[in-house]
Design a protein around this ligand. Structure first.
Ligand SMILES: Cc1ncc(COP(=O)(O)O)c(C=O)c1O
Length: 359
């Protein structure tokens, strides 16, 4: 164990030659249109439920409300299990299925757990899920519906991960950024944003950020697109949005450090963002800094009102994590870090439907 994330690499010159002959991408209406830049070798091992190729929706009203000329929303709630986690877990489960795994385990704040359970079920494999005790019931019941074995753990996702490690099961560990193929799936977000804007890049991308797979994946995607000649050296500014109740990345950016300090007693209702010490912290900070972006914290009490306001303005199912992104975007506009004229993409990373506690 090197203690750092591993990255998959590709023969970009080979892919470049290939796409010149065969018209990349292929026209498949899922993230697998980019199969040449994904790690699964045998098409029969691709466990697809139709993930990715989600719409990039031109905001009719929210952008104007926030003081922006052009805001587009990448609506990840339209993925098979209603969050962007499907991208990464689809690729990870498919690749490990190809490599012969028989079971998976992961600690999760909720959405990744549902996604892993669904893809493991589709592959006919077992899944073991460890979630914080206060994760809403809907997440547990959906995992169980897909046949997962679930465990409730006191504390945050970090504690859930620690509990999982004590069990030392005979499974493949799918933990965020400790497993290399989830990032590969997440990077298709960057491919799609670029393709959907005519193989260009927007001026700014706002990512609600916990473990950081979206920021890291999107950043990697643009390098690969440049490597195969579909874009040049232009890059968007990458912005991470976090709740003030758990904002280790914002604190590291403000302090100018390269390491993330563990955020003690992290609390936020945007549960996917309650990640006190992201494993790939250095890579998140690197992408933000290299891009000329920033990290922004939002007030916890603004999350629900923003969620309601944005859902009502756009007719979209905006989850609490995405509401943090929208609050963050609003703060960035107020601070003059994003201008009226800039072309901004905001990720609606997932639906909020499972947050309704029906016990
Ligand atoms: C809906 C949603 N948005 C954002 C995040 C944060 O994603 P990441 O950990 O990749 O930064 C999560 C993580 O659980 C999530 O479920």
């Amino acid at each position: 164990m090197c203690g750092s994330p591993l990255f998959a690499t590709y023969d970009l010159a080979g892919v470049r030659e290939d796409i010149e002959k065969n018209e990349f991408p292929t026209g498949v209406n899922s993230q697998w249109r980019y199969a040449q830049l994904l790690p699964v070798k045998s098409p029969s091992c691709i466990i697809s439920l139709g993930e990715g190729w989600t719409p990039l929706i031109l905001s009719r009203r929210l952008g104007k409300h926030l003081g922006l000329r052009m805001l587009r929303i990448k609506d990840e709630s339209q993925n098979p299990t209603t969050s962007f986690k499907d991208r990464g877990l689809c690729v990870a489960v498919s690749k490990h299925y190809e490599l012969g795994s028989k079971a998976f385990a992961l600690p999760s704040a909720g959405n990744a757990a549902v996604s892993a359970s669904a893809y493991a079920a589709a592959a006919g494999l077992k899944s073991y899920i460890f979630m914080p005790h206060d994760t809403p019931f809907g997440f547990f019941s959906q995992c169980e519906l897909f046949g997962a074995v679930t465990t409730r753990v006191e504390g945050t996702i970090s504690d859930a991960g620690a509990e999982m490690n004590t069990q030392n099961g005979d499974w493949t560990d799918l933990s965020t950024t400790k497993e290399p193929y989830r990032i590969e799936g997440k990077k298709t977000l960057g491919f799609e944003i670029s393709e959907q804007t005519g193989w260009s890049v927007p001026d700014a991308i706002v990512c609600p950020t916990g473990g950081g797979t979206a920021i890291i994946g999107i950043w990697k995607a643009f390098d690969e697109l440049e490597g195969i000649g579909l874009i040049g050296s232009e890059r968007p500014k990458m912005f991470a949005a976090q709740s003030g109740g758990c904002a280790p990345i914002v604190r590291a950016i403000e302090k100018g450090t390269d390491n993330i300090e563990h955020w003690m007693n992290g609390e936020t209702e945007a549960l996917g963002l309650r990640v006190p010490n992201p494993f790939a912290g250095r890579l998140i900070l690197q992408a933000i800094r290299q891009s000329g972006g920033d990290a922004v914290a939002v007030a916890e009490q603004d999350i629900q009102p923003t969620r309601r306001m944005a859902s009502k303005l756009e007719g979209l199912d905006i989850g609490p994590e995405a509401a943090v992104g929208i609050c963050g975007l609003s703060n960035l506009v107020d601070l003059g870090k994003i201008d009226y004229d800039e072309d901004v993409v905001m990720l609606n990373t997932g639906s909020g439907a499972r947050y309704i506690d029906i016990r």
